[in-house]
Design a protein around this ligand. Structure first.
Ligand code: NAI
Ligand code: NA
Length: 396
């Protein structure tokens, strides 16, 4: 079929397999161009199909020749119905990994469940014995708790008061004022249950008990901080509470892994266009101004540049892993540079519907957004008839 982007609100309902393949190939080329990384050889990536998780998997495989197992929750395609982007990304990743002679298998299902944890651990035991790096890169709006069966929903809201600021509809370019109502009732608790560290700790406990962790195993989960501008809706909002919990969980996991010399870290990453960040008001305007500023300064990075730098310059330098005063790895260092943040704050004051195309990078924002779904890649013929039913080689 011929697959075109079909938008509903901030969501794209379709995805393009050839574009997804191009995305994966571009990332592989980037990682290879930066040279070998003396990293982990047996890697589990939880949340491996899109965003930072996909780029982590690619960096492990093509930077360190690692065997990888990827866990994700994606929609398989069927005749006349394209699958989700992460399905096509993973199909392309496995194809390229297998071509390169690398072990790569995937598990599609709910990572929060006991069943998927068990299935993953069984596969590790059978095929790899143990893993020496576990990347935890889940982003989900819901989690059904495996012990209680209760389904929790996360919200992206300020705490304690209404937050009013500018935002942009990146499709139309219209800048407007918005007000976001504060969270209520169990919103904080639910958001922490979904996006905090509990599930990460459960994974690590299950892996350890099964003897599936190698001596000295590392585990890394991803967090975000961002500027004062977005604090009420991000770091000091409901999602920020979940990130506080995730960061605190790293210390608990490190304690629990002491006897095998294992360690857990949180890496604070840069703000990037993803399905999730596009849905948070205010953030798209910040990102479009940030992109413009960082591109002008020659400091812009996408997920793969971020993950390649995380591995090569933080995790696997051969020396100690550098962390901030709270024990976090900072790969958002360029985003948070004073000159970058000062410039973004100036542009923020000026931004209007009329000037945003010029002072912000709306075009780059849109391109990144379409790219998430496999659209708008150079070298892909979007007029061509493609087979939408693409298998993931290890999932049959
Ligand atoms: P993403 O949406 O691109 O990736 C999420 C992954 O989780 C996908 O592989 C998806 O299939 C998987 N997933 C979701 N629910 C699942 C479930 N129930 N079971 C199994 N797999 C499931 O998200 P992104 O942006 O890469 O986020 C990953 C982490 O990075 C998150 O913790 C996020 O907060 C963090 N982060 C994101 C930033 C951004 O600007 N996008 C900035 C800094 C950190
Ligand atoms: Na991810």
């Amino acid at each position: 079929m011929i697959i075109e982007p079909r938008m509903r609100g901030f969501i794209c309902l379709t995805a393009h397999p050839t574009g997804a393949e191009q995305n994966v190939k571009n990332q592989i080329e980037y990682v290879k161009s930066k040279g070998a990384i003396n990293g982990a050889k047996k890697v589990l990536v939880i949340g491996a199909s899109t965003g930072f998780g996909l780029s982590s998997r690619i960096t492990s495989a093509f930077g360190s020749d690692a065997s990888t197992i990827g866990v994700f929750f994606e929609k398989a395609p069927s005749e006349g119905k394209p699958g989700s982007p992460g399905w096509y990304n993973s199909a392309a990743f496995e194809k390229e990994a297998h071509k390169a002679g690398l072990y790569a298998k995937s598990i599609n299902g709910d990572a929060f469940s006991n069943e998927i944890k068990k299935q993953t651990i069984d596969l590790i035991k059978k095929d790899l014995g143990q893993v020496d790096l576990i990347i935890y890169s889940l982003a989900s709006p819901v989690r059904t708790h495996p012990d209680t069966g209760v389904t929790h929903r996360s919200v992206l809201k300020p705490i304690g008061g209404v937050f009013s600021n500018k935002t942009v509809d990146f499709h139309t370019g219209k800048v407007s004022e918005i007000s976001i109502e504060p969270c209520k009732d169990d919103d904080i608790e639910n958001t922490v249950t979904v996006m905090g560290g509990e599930d990460w700790a459960m994974w690590m406990k299950a892996l350890k008990e099964a003897g599936a962790l190698a001596e000295g195993a590392l585990t890394v989960a991803y967090s975000y901080i961002g500027p004062a501008l977005t604090e009420p809706v991000y770091r000091k909002g409901t999602i920020g509470r979940a990130k506080d919990h995730l960061e605190a969980t790293a210390f608990e996991i490190s304690d629990a892994l002491k006897d095998i010399n294992g360690k857990a870290f949180v890496s604070v990453n840069k703000a990037l266009v993803t399905q999730a960040s596009s849905a948070i008001p205010v953030i798209p305007l910040y990102i479009s101004l940030l992109y413009k500023t960082m591109k002008e300064a020659g400091l812009h990075e996408g997920t793969v540049e971020q993950m390649q730098r995380l591995y090569a310059e933080r995790l696997y330098t051969g020396g100690d892993i550098p962390v901030d005063e709270k024990g976090r790895i900072r790969i958002d260092d360029w985003e948070m540079r004073d000159d970058i943040q000062q410039r973004v704050a100036e542009l923020w004051e000026q931004a209007t519907t009329e000037n945003l195309n010029e002072i912000g990078d709306l075009e780059g924002y849109r391109k990144d957004f379409y790219n998430l779904f496999g659209f708008d890649y150079e070298g892909v013929d979007y007029k061509a008839d493609v087979n939408e039913v693409v298998p993931i080689e290890s999932i049959q």
